[in-house]
Design a protein around this ligand. Structure first.
Ligand code: SF4
Ligand code: SF4
Length: 105
């Protein structure tokens, strides 16, 4: 094959129609507040575990909406509840995270 000095990468486009959002829907049925998250990132910005574990509640919720496996990120959460104090939507994020952990158990 001719080397043109560059290569084509696989598309990173997500086909949301094919995403398995079953887990997200289950979370929303138990924690309806999950639907009002606007992915602002305030929770992630104040997360105690973020600098050490890469935990990001914003990415967790976004990942669930995209049908991705967020379990590895979830393991970094210490359930300290700091994020619930800054959420502009008033979501009880700690409870939401606890419910999500229980779903995965
Ligand atoms: S409860 Fe979890 S996500 Fe929220 S601030 Fe604490 S470690 Fe971060
Ligand atoms: S702070 Fe609240 S609204 Fe913003 S991303 Fe986190 S959970 Fe969603």
């Amino acid at each position: 094959m001719t080397d043109f000095g560059f290569k084509l990468s696989k598309s990173a486009t997500l086909d949301l129609d094919k995403a398995d959002t079953g887990l997200y829907e289950r979370l929303c049925s138990l924690e309806p507040d999950a639907r009002i998250c606007m992915n602002c990132g305030s929770c992630s910005a104040t997360c105690t575990a973020a600098p050490f574990s890469g935990m990001s509640l914003r990415k967790v919720i976004l990942g669930l909406q995209r049908g991705q496996d967020v379990r590895p990120m979830l393991q970094g959460c210490m359930l300290c509840g700091k994020c619930s104090m800054v959420c502009p939507r008033g979501i009880n994020t700690r409870h939401l995270l606890l419910t999500l952990c229980r779903i995965y158990d």
